[in-house]
Design a protein around this ligand. Structure first.
Ligand SMILES: *[C@@H]1O[C@H](CO)[C@@H](O)[C@H](O)[C@H]1NC(C)=O
Ligand SMILES: *[C@@H]1O[C@H](CO)[C@@H](O)[C@H](O)[C@H]1NC(C)=O
Length: 474
């Protein structure tokens, strides 16, 4: 029956998949069919296509809301007590940041309509509650941002209704696990038990609000205070790091050279440029894949002009190149260098918060960082999760801190990415479970990694952030 189940899953996924690819209606493709596949972050040889399929990957990236997914958050033996939780999210589905020149923008409505798909039981209450909110709950300049998406034709980069629903769903899932099951917050919780931080984009603030609305039993504006983070790396006062920038420049050079080698890609950009009648260079600079993903995620056909249509073959070539680029990026390790330095400040801040919780402090038990792909990617890479998929819309990366009630001085961590337990894939806890009966990683491993080993991993002689950032002769 397991096999049968697997087969049904595969069948459902492939129906869903071909329905979107050909943009044909298929009634069996409604809910839930992709939830199994969406859970996976590491390639799974049993159930995944043997050759990476660009459209399959793109649909995972869309993260189209379906029935509630199962997840591994909060799984622990009963003698473990949940101490604190640290959540990093990418904003939900958004409108493109770029337009394909000389074509009509996809018509997507960013106003929230409670009974329009995708919906969520809390969507209507969310709209009503947000419309009564005030900017007083946020650090400047966040207080000038709208609290929910509200344009009949989405603005560039605006969060869509899909994006809101994705995070209402994340919030509700985390509420069931962390609040209802593990009682992370007391009933009379107070503002200082939350730590909330977001970049200054409306889509990150709104994603954070949607998640909290799904998460908190009562969303009291007086208890919500979002801090503003100016840097997408969340590096606060420690952003100056010349060696990190050098890694990034080398990584960008690698990317550029890989692109030059791909003649099929150049040909595809050339064809598309002809269709929209602009120079190839201009088309490429408009990053058409961003817009095309929006078309795909929203089942809106690709744009046409009188010279022809942008089509799925174009999409596949560009997306395949992206996948190839990610593969080479892992191999060449320049991005790893960038990531180790780029992610240090936020990881350091997180273990600081965890350490205070191990000392019995009751503040900041739930931390939420509402961020971007360029935030989550370096953190994943720095942790050694280089096989993890690129952060999809509304991706979540969670650090859980646990205390062993039988040995109260022992604290452990679990790391989860999109609901999958990846603790033993991290470089600081690889294979730990083979030596220890505990289904978690000792907190000290994470501390040692952030305080020292992540610099050792850079290969120089530095053992701290300042030295590593200013290494001569790199
Ligand atoms: C995609 O759009 C077409 C109309 O363009 C519609 O008939 C079809 O049901 C949609 N498919 C999905 C999977 O939503
Ligand atoms: C790391 O965190 C500690 C406090 O927990 C702080 O004193 C130190 O400056 C931080 N280091 C960096 C590089 O962010």
């Amino acid at each position: 029956s397991n096999l049968k189940h697997l087969f049904m899953c595969l069948l459902a996924i492939s129906i869903y998949f071909s329905a979107i690819v050909h943009l044909i209606p298929v009634s069996t493709a409604k809910n839930g069919v992709s939830s199994k596949s969406r859970k996976r972050i590491m390639p799974d040889p049993v159930t995944e296509p043997p050759v990476t399929d660009p459209v399959y990957e793109a649909l995972l990236y869309c993260n189209i809301p379906s029935v509630a997914e199962r997840s591994m958050e909060g799984h622990a033996p009963h003698h473990f007590k949940l101490v604190s939780v640290h959540v990093f999210i990418r904003h939900g589905d958004r409108y493109p940041l770029y337009v394909i020149p000389k074509t009509k923008r996809p018509e997507i409505d960013c106003t929230l309509v409670a009974n329009r798909k995708p919906y969520h039981p809390k969507l209507e209450a969310f709209i009503s509650h947000m419309s009564k909110g005030s900017g007083a709950s946020f650090e400047s300049p966040l207080n000038s941002l709208p609290l929910y998406p509200n344009h009949p034709l989405c603005e560039m980069g605006e969060l869509t209704q899909t994006g809101v629903v994705q995070h209402l769903q994340n919030g509700q899932l985390l509420r069931d696990i962390y609040l209802k099951k593990h009682k992370l917050l007391p009933n009379d919780w107070s503002a200082d038990q939350l730590y909330l931080e977001t970049t200054g984009k409306s889509r990150t603030l709104q994603s954070g609000l949607a998640l909290l609305y799904g998460f908190l039993p009562d969303f009291d504006w007086k208890k919500i205070y979002f801090r503003h983070q100016p840097s997408a790396l969340f590096c606060s006062g420690s952003c100056y790091c010349p060696v990190r920038n050098q890694y990034l420049e080398k990584e960008q050079r690698r990317q550029y050279l890989l692109r030059l080698k791909n003649s099929q890609l150049e040909k595809t950009y050339g064809e598309m440029a002809k269709i929209v009648d602009v120079p190839t260079k201009q088309l490429r600079a408009a990053n058409p894949i961003d817009s095309m993903l929006c078309h795909l995620c929203h089942n809106v056909s690709f744009p046409c002009t009188r010279n022809g249509c942008v089509d799925m073959e174009h999409f596949k070539v560009i997306k395949t190149h992206q996948i190839e680029d990610e593969r080479e990026r892992r191999e060449k390790k320049l991005y790893l260098g960038y990531s180790l330095l780029g992610a240090h400040p936020i990881l350091n801040q997180t273990i600081g918060r965890m350490q205070r919780a191990t000392e019995g402090r009751k503040e900041e038990l739930f931390a939420l960082y509402s961020a971007h792909d360029v935030t989550l990617s370096p953190v994943l890479s720095a942790l050694g999760l280089s096989e993890a998929r690129f952060p999809r819309f509304a991706a979540r990366l969670i650090f859980e801190l646990w205390q062993d009630r039988e040995k109260p001085n022992e604290h452990s961590v679990r790391i989860l990415y999109n609901g999958v337990d990846v603790t033993f894939h991290t470089s600081f806890c690889q294979d730990h479970h083979k030596r220890s009966p505990k289904p978690m990683c000792p907190f000290e491993n994470l501390v040692r990694f952030v305080k020292r080993d992540m610099f050792v991993a850079l290969g120089g002689s530095s053992t701290n952030y300042d030295d590593a950032c200013h290494r001569e002769g790199f």
